[in-house]
Structures are given as C-alpha cells and as structure tokens.
Write a protein that binds this ligand. Structure first.
Ligand SMILES: [Zn+2]
Length: 106
C-alpha cells in the first residue's frame, strides 16, 4: 500500500470537494432570496433548495470522511478499522480510499 500516493489522492479529492462545497454554499445563499410570488415558481425554487441542501450535506459528509482518513494516515492507522481495529480489505480501500471501517463494521 503506497500511503504517500493515497494521501495525495485524498488531498486532491478533498480540494475538489471543498471547491464544490463552496459553490453549493454560494448557490444556496443566492437561492435563499425571497420565494417567488407565483406558487409554481416558488415550489420549483423550494425543490431546488432541497436538492442543493442534500448535495451540500453529502459533500460535507464526504469531506469529513476524507479528513478522518487523512488523520488515520498521520496516526499510522490507515487501513485499520476504526471500530474493530481489524484490517480493511485492500479492494475496499481501492474502491473507497477514505473508508475508515471494514466491510463488516460499515
Ligand atoms: Zn471493523
């Protein structure tokens, strides 16, 4: 397992997600302008807000996961399950480099 490489991948992914979170935040702030008078317009606006909020939550959750994984690398515990301390399968880490739990604990 090439930790340097993984750390690099995670750091890149983190920057990407942070940029996305910023853009989402801007969109959400822009959209929180008063709702349209028109009922239909207003309902579209509200739906959009919900989508943006969900995306924002998702992005933030992913960012947190990446931070945890980067923390695990620094602690020298990368690839070790947070819950049972067992090893996380290499295939799982390949598919999900920021996984901090094994398949059983996920
Ligand atoms: Zn586990």
């Amino acid at each position: 397992m090439n930790l340097k490489q993984i750390e690099q991948t995670l750091t890149q992914k983190r920057a990407e997600l942070a940029g996305r979170a910023d853009r989402l935040q801007q969109d959400i702030t822009r959209q929180s302008s008063p709702l349209e008078e028109d009922w239909e317009e207003a309902s579209i606006q509200r739906e959009n807000d919900q989508v943006l909020d969900a995306l924002d939550d998702e992005t933030r959750a992913e960012l947190q996961q990446i931070d945890r994984a980067l923390g695990r690398i620094r602690e020298g515990k990368y690839g070790q399950c947070e819950k049972c301390s067992g090893p996380i399968a290499a295939e799982r880490l390949e598919a999900l480099p920021y996984a901090t739990t094994c398949v059983k604990c996920a």
